[in-house]
Design a protein around this ligand. Sequence first.
Ligand code: FMN
Length: 390
Amino acid sequence: MSEFVPGADDPQRAHPGPGCPSGADHDREVPDVDLLTPLKIRGERLRNRIAMSPMCQYCAENGMANDWHLVHLGSRAVGGAALVMVEATAVTAAGRISPLDMGLWTDDHAEPLARIARFIASQGAVPAIQLAHAGRKASCEVPWRGGAPLRPEEGGWSPVAGPSPVPFDEGSPTPEPLDPQGIHEITDAFAAAALRAVSAGFRVLEIHAAHGYLLHEFLSPLSNERTDQYGGSLENRLRLTLEVAERLRKRMPDSMPLFVRISATDWVDGGWDVEQSVVLCRQLKNRGVDLIDVSSGALTPKARIPVARGYQVPLARKIREEAQIATGAVGLITEAPHANEIITGGDADLVLLGREMLREPYWALKAQHELGEEPVWPTQYGYAVKRRTK
Ligand SMILES: Cc1cc2nc3c(=O)[nH]c(=O)nc-3n(C[C@H](O)[C@H](O)[C@H](O)COP(=O)(O)O)c2cc1C
């Protein structure tokens, strides 16, 4: 049963702007859109181009979402983001980064997530969820306790899965290479979790193929040393990610957008790079993927990453231009004018914010104000915040 939320589904919050170009406007040199222009992708209409990036909260018990997740995600929907993405949600129990990760490996997991999706949607935002398998980076302590690999006697599990017996780092467990049956089970698990997510009311799905987790491990020659049809050539290394995307697309309603987050480069010579990413993204597009959420790194601790303001934006631009697919830009984007330039300059179609939205849940409302528009407050706040008493 859905709970009563006064002011929910306020049409002004859901549809503040007049225009609504689709995500397919990437072929224009300088799109006639800005950060506050709605974005149409398949049957979904995002009220602006500001999204909350998926961020693990490490506080789910046995994979179950709880009130923390409702308030954490719900606040950003109240705060004006157009799309709110649930953190990396494990498609199998063994695919969790930590024992406290969110999961969706049984039907029971869908129930508390449905409440969250409902609330996000009631605030005019689109509920999205990222589906993930941590691969060789599974079974770790939560980051605020150091993030080290956990042995079974410490609450972890063994073995962790990967493409090849190549550990992430010294002291990391050696992953057990997935056999063909294991690979099949992984694609099945992604497909089953996707169906549960759809039935829970999520309206965008994102496949996590970034940050050194399982799918990225298959993509990168640094972690994939297989000699079967899932390793070696670029075509073979792409296979698992493409199969997962294909399975999801077939299970999802046609009107529902599918995103894929990639690490566009490993930032290591001889590793996965942006040229290979362009090839992957062209093939993802052919399989019905709508947007590439362009992150980078985290496959190997040896990477030298040139971290700076908006440092991943050029990767989003290159993929947008060369694979002719809509992209999301993420990474050290904190200011509204900068986010706006990313859209007006044609670098990306969507801007995702991570840490800055942790600092400021109302970032999107403030961006509206800063960019010269009247913020579209929730009904419950709108009349009050406009009335100044001093
Ligand atoms: C606490 C935290 C948890 C994160 N969890 C995820 C996750 O679940 N999935 C993911 O793809 N990225 C995750 N990330 C990366 C963010 O989504 C984002 O890409 C990154 O923080 C860079 O953006 P920012 O500079 O705006 O924070 C996480 C980042 C943080 C800070």
